[in-house]
Design a protein around this ligand. Structure first.
Ligand SMILES: [Zn+2]
Length: 371
């Protein structure tokens, strides 16, 4: 029987980017509420574990000392550091009170998940609030302040573990890719909407790593309107063969669901069915597994997608009808998408050819994809 855990605490949605920011705290609260309404943590092999704040020392596994101090200072309303120097300001990365504590708690949640999985206490641990894949050592980027993913991968590398990172968020996992661009001890794979159409504008096939890391950074960019069928097919061509070739001790995955057709920030056309197929494939490839909630900005989708993902992790089959306690608050509905959007055959054909071209280029550039 698989032992699964969700790492989450209420403090994770008590402060945040504010109700008008896409990364509003409500998304997290709803995810947690749906899982608890399904009694997801009542079984013998499924647990809810609280987060703890990361220490400064742990943040320094990836971040610069100056940046950690600046976030701390800005978070407490001091004016010693210029926000713009660290990419804070109105828009994507506003300064808000308590942002240091919140960002450090997200990293701590990731570290708790890592401890659970590497100690063997859990086979899989899921940090709902995590997956801050854009943050850099010395600046904030794309809603991300501290990069929890990069911190835990560094902590596992220092213990001699081999780590594969699989990022299915609709946005390129640029911060994580960059963090391990020149090493062959971490394989990073990002499947996303092409940077020609969307933030952060990177993640092309030609980005393959450097030095000994060449061939260990892999990007599969997809065209707008890519649907379940094309996405799942493309994922299958790239990710399973790469992970089999690499043979990681641990798989870290960022399970952003901003690939969904209702998501307001991107243009892919996935449903929860395509999403869960891919999450199941990751499960089958992961000897040990640390997962992150990542992006997803449509409040009616994200809690359902995360619940479905946790169902796959924990081998729990949740009934399709949303539980009464949750439905009473947010309206009735089903856990799985009841229908799928119509994609014009011509559009679908463009998406398929875009993916096929990327895959054939990858096969030329990435040794792990050669037969
Ligand atoms: Zn995203």
């Amino acid at each position: 029987m698989v032992k699964a855990a969700v790492v989450c605490s209420e403090e994770l949605w008590q402060t945040g980017h504010g109700e008008n920011h896409p990364l509003r705290p409500e998304r997290l609260r709803r995810g947690y509420e749906l899982l608890t309404a399904y009694e997801a943590f009542d079984g013998q092999h499924s647990r809810l574990i609280p987060a703890r704040p990361a220490t400064t020392e742990e943040l320094l596994l990836f971040h610069s000392e100056e940046y950690v101090r600046a976030v701390q200072s800005l978070s407490h309303g001091e004016s010693e550091y210029a926000p713009g120097r660290y990419n804070f300001g109105p828009g994507d990365n506003p300064v808000f009170e308590g942002m240091y504590e919140l960002a450090a708690l997200k990293v701590g949640a990731a570290l708790v998940a890592t401890e659970l999985v590497t100690s063997g206490e859990a086979d899989v641990a899921f940090s709902l609030a995590g997956g801050m894949h854009h943050a850099r050592p010395n600046y904030a980027h794309g809603f991300c302040i501290f990069n929890d993913v990069a911190v835990i991968i560094h902590s596992m590398l220092s213990r001699g573990l081999k780590v594969a990172y699989v990022d299915i968020d609709v946005h390129h996992g640029d911060g994580v890719q960059e963090a391990f661009y020149d090493t062959d001890r971490v394989l990073t794979v990002s499947v996303h909407e092409s940077g020609s159409f969307i933030f952060p504008g990177t993640g092309f096939v030609r980005e393959t790593g450097q030095g000994v890391g060449r061939g260990f950074a892999v990007n599969l960019p997809l065209a707008p309107h890519t649907d379940d069928e094309v996405y799942v097919w493309a994922f299958e061509q790239v990710v399973p063969p790469l992970l089999e070739w690499f043979g990681p001790d641990v798989v870290v995955s960022q399970l952003g669901v901003d690939t969904h057709y209702l998501d307001p920030l991107a243009h892919l056309t996935l449903t929860t069915q395509g999403y869960t197929k891919v999450v199941s494939m990751i499960k089958n490839l992961a000897p040990r597994w640390i997962a992150f909630g990542g992006g997803g900005y449509e409040a009616s989708v994200m809690p359902r997608a995360w619940t479905l993902a946790y169902g796959i992790m924990s081998d729990i089959e949740f009934p399709d009808e949303l539980p009464p306690a949750y439905a009473a608050k947010y309206g009735p509905g089903t856990l799985r998408d009841p229908d799928k959007p119509h994609v014009e055959p011509r559009t679908k054909d463009v998406a398929r050819r875009h993916a096929a071209l990327a895959i054939s280029e990858l096969k030329e550039r990435i040794p792990g994809l050669r037969p």
